[in-house]
Design a protein around this ligand. Structure first.
Ligand SMILES: [Zn+2]
Length: 846
């Protein structure tokens, strides 16, 4: 009795201390006083501050510590070493049987096993928050929602605890979260300033939306370029949630958005119609009910893309679950003026809290229905896969084992089954060799993801894209691939390690390293760093090596042992270590006289200097593209590059660097003294790597003289209804699509490539005419280049006549112009080598 009395007192006390909070977020609810509310734990009411990520983690640790209905797991770390956590909440009874529940869910999603009885299976719900760091309301909503689920005495909360396993991922992007939270908190006024012009509401470049490398993690569910996504996908495939949420923010003057998204135009072609036509409307009823209750405005259907598989709200749709995107008006800061008065941070948080609760209720009411759907989804995948005329996709690049294996590893991250190819054969214009090619059968549960990897889509219901309209990953990896009905499957691939090679022993005249492998540039940089003198052979040749007569392409690296600063033995030891670390095969030759082609001392062989790179970042520069380059150089080469802010260029001495990288940006405010210095530096031998539209600025300041393609435009209608203007103008954009390019294999930009054609990714509507110098447009497009994604007819005609890469000469230097995106989203492994070639062989390109 005394115990109960104490509990009541405690309850009243805690109720009083959290009165305003619980009344605003959970009116009428009562809570277990043993569970601290976020306000009690943090010492301030939610909405008053942007909570630091470490405190979010600490709060979740506290929930884990005080309750046997909560359990915390660290599933990985971000680039900046913040832990990625998942808090699981379910009844103590379910918690004791968690592994059993998980295995049953996997059995349900696996059509090769018998279907379990779903009547007693808990719903698996994954509540993901905060993928965009500067959309901060949802991570605060995560704390409140977890508190509610654990502590609320309401019937619904009890029902969810008993009938569901709920995983909270409170912040998908912790590094970006902290970047923005620090900004908003450190610029907060007392009282807070609602004027949108206040510094608090206008973050400095690059803002907190993205992760450490300025990547949008809400595009990374497919490419998995980052540890945050890798950990999340691994977790996803351990659970196959029935429902997954993804919470965002939009403009301050907007209201709230929930699914359904725009019908057809923005939906993914491999997702069953049932998801869009039946399940989404079922859930939407709950969101509208909860939003009506708090009198908050909302909208559905008009826009929001749900097609790209790398979105957090689309990937689950391709895995038998329901992915849900939510967008609230943003206070972007603590309070901001809008057309509807002041939007407070707490208001935006409450919008996401009620929709979290609505998701839980909808998931409970549709628990068995969603379980049946999960099963149906994978059964129909298997059935459709068994009838797909492609039957198998065979792939593999016989010249680049590392890239082939990176692709296998990537497929396996997505739980796609891959098998050895047991015979040599030719199909689709490629030759596939046993041991160097692999097979993905369509007849597998992940059939819909197999299509995502290997199919090109060209037909669309809509012509305006919020994002990419093509994502064929086999193309991104530059894999030769083809459908093959007759391929014979060998063993399933279980191990996906990169290749290893025996290092040649004994004396040598020189060592040779083929440039075809993905990690050859990493080996080159490691050798340069170690002080080894390396040369490049600029023609193909055949030499006698430890393997007998061996053919080498242009771009092969040569380490001449007679011209080293260190002893032969030291060179050998270092090379051996570097080769093993970078997975490269080293060939030894005993003579400079080659069997055919040029000899090793030819004038067409010369030193490769270690590059010293400066890349412009900061205000005016496209942070995504800059981040892709930074990430590439760090992760794939391990090369430090200097990132200079655009407003500091006036202070730089370019003669300290070999290469200047200009990511797409607005450089027009650069001073004349800087542009004169830049001109002088290029004229004396500097190399500029310039992306897309920058060429127009370089033209203006007199460094390049390239021209836009002249094209007779089709006549425009003289009048159109006002309401079609967005669709009509949007259809003229090239918003992320894939084309077949044609390479001049003798040009240094193409060193390491062996086939004359290759898919490239384009998301720019700039069409440049080929160079007037006939040798300097090494990459163009084929006659029929359109592989996948949306482009209108007129743009396609322009594209056919335009250039993908142009080298512009200026004095003794040059500008290497890329008009496509060779490093897009850290996923375009197939075209990365073009960029590496510009870095290492730029000075040989004219
Ligand atoms: Zn967002």
């Amino acid at each position: 009795m005394k115990k109960i009395y104490t509990a009541i007192i405690l309850f009243i006390l805690s109720f009083q201390s959290t009165f305003s909070q619980t009344d605003y977020f959970f009116p009428g609810d009562s809570f277990d006083p043993q569970i601290p509310s976020p306000e009690e734990f943090l010492g301030y009411p939610i909405g008053e501050w942007h909570t630091r990520y470490d405190l979010i983690v600490k709060y979740f640790e506290k929930l884990d510590a005080v309750s046997d209905q909560a359990s915390l797991k660290t599933i990985g770390y971000t680039h900046e070493h913040r832990p990625k956590i998942i808090l699981t909440i379910t009844s103590a009874e379910n918690m004791a049987n968690l592994e059993e529940i998980r295995l049953k869910q996997l059995q349900l999603a696996d059509p090769s096993q018998g279907k379990p009885d779903v009547s007693a299976m808990p719903a698996i719900i994954h509540l993901g928050y905060g993928v965009h760091g500067n959309e901060p309301s949802s991570a605060e909503a995560a704390m409140l929602s977890a508190y509610w689920l654990l502590a609320s005495q309401s019937d619904l909360a009890k029902r969810v605890r008993e009938g569901a396993v709920v995983h909270f991922d409170p912040t998908v992007n912790p590094d970006g979260r902290d970047r923005h939270s620090l900004w908003a908190d450190s610029n907060k006024g007392f009282p807070p300033v609602a004027d949108p012009l206040d510094r608090e509401h206008n973050e400095a470049w690059p803002g907190g939306r993205t992760n450490h490398y300025w990547f949008d993690l809400n595009r990374d569910w497919l490419p998995l370029a980052h540890p945050e996504s890798q950990a999340k996908i691994k977790w996803y495939h351990q659970w196959y949630p029935n429902v997954t949420t993804d919470f965002h923010e939009m403009g301050t003057n907007s209201t709230y958005f929930f699914e359904p998204t725009k019908p057809y135009g923005s939906e993914n072609p491999v997702v069953p119609r049932k998801n869009y036509d039946d399940i989404n409307p079922r859930f939407a009823k709950y969101f509208s009910k909860y939003m009506d209750e708090i009198q908050s405005l909302y909208w559905t259907k008009e826009v929001f893309d749900n097609s790209y598989p790398g979105y957090g709200s689309t990937y689950p749709d391709i895995h038998g679950g329901l992915g849900l995107v939510f967008e609230t008006a943003s206070s972007r800061g603590h309070v901001q003026d809008s057309q509807r008065g002041e939007i407070t941070f707490a208001f935006t948080i409450r919008n996401h809290v009620v929709n979290s609760l609505a998701t839980l209720e909808a998931s409970m009411d549709n628990r068995e229905y969603m379980h049946d759907y999960l099963r149906e989804f994978f059964e129909s995948a298997l059935l459709q896969g068994s009838m797909d005329p492609a039957k198998n996709y065979v792939f593999g690049d016989e010249f680049d084992e590392s890239r082939s294996r990176l692709f296998i590893k990537f497929l396996k991250h997505h739980q796609i089954k891959v098998y050895e190819n047991t015979s040599d054969f030719q199909t689709g214009g490629f030759s596939f060799k046993k041991g160097k090619s692999w097979i993905v059968p369509t007849n597998q549960a992940q059939y819909r993801m197999v299509r995502t990897m290997f199919e090109y889509e060209k037909e669309f219901a809509d012509s305006v894209f919020y994002d990419a309209s093509a994502w064929t990953m086999a193309g991104a990896f530059g894999m030769p691939f083809a459908a093959s009905g007759s391929a014979k499957l060998g063993d399933e691939v279980t191990e996906t390690s990169l290749p290893t090679f025996e290092y040649p022993t004994g004396k040598a005249y020189a060592y040779l390293i083929d440039w075809s492998d993905y990690y050859a540039p990493k080996m080159l940089f490691e050798m340069q760093k170690a002080g080894i003198h390396v040369e490049v052979v600029n023609r193909s040749f055949t030499a006698t090596t430890q393997d007998g007569e061996t053919e080498f392409g242009a771009g092969t690296l040569m380490v001449p042992l007679g011209f080293q600063k260190m002893s032969n033995q030291e060179v050998q030891e270092k090379l051996k270590e570097i080769a093993s670390k970078t997975h490269q095969k080293v060939f030894a030759v005993q003579t400079g006289m080659n069997v055919s082609g040029i000899d090793l001392g030819s004038n067409l062989v010369g030193e490769v200097k270690k590059p010293k790179i400066l890349m412009v970042v900061g205000s005016g520069v496209n942070s995504y593209e800059a981040g892709e380059i930074w990430h590439l150089m760090d992760m794939q080469i391990g090369m430090p590059i200097t990132k200079i802010n655009s407003d500091m260029l006036g202070r730089v001495n370019l003669f300290d660097y070999s290469t200047l990288i200009l990511p797409t940006g607005n450089y027009s405010s650069q001073s004349e003294s800087f542009t004169n210095h830049l001109k002088d530096w290029v004229n004396r031998g500097g190399t500029v790597i310039s992306m897309k539209t920058n060429v127009l600025w370089l033209n203006r300041i007199g460094i390049t003289k390239e021209s836009e393609l002249e094209f007779e435009e089709a006549p425009e209608p003289s009048e159109l209804p006002f309401e079609v203007r967005r669709d009509y103008e949007g259809a003229k954009e090239v918003g992320g699509s894939i084309y077949m390019a044609k390479l001049d294999l003798t040009h240094p930009i193409a060193y390491g490539y062996h086939r004359e054609t290759m898919p490239v990714y384009r998301n720019s509507s700039l069409f440049m005419a080929p160079s007037k110098n006939k040798y300097l447009t090494p990459i163009r497009y084929t006659e029929n280049p359109h592989l996948g994604g949306y482009i209108n007819d007129q743009n396609l005609e322009k594209l056919k006549q335009s250039a993908s890469v142009i080298i512009s000469l200026s004095g003794r230097g040059r500008v290497i112009n890329f008009f496509d995106s060779p490093n897009f989203r850290g996923a375009w492994f197939g075209t990365n080598k073009l960029f590496f070639n510009a870095i290492f062989f730029g000075s040989m390109m004219d």
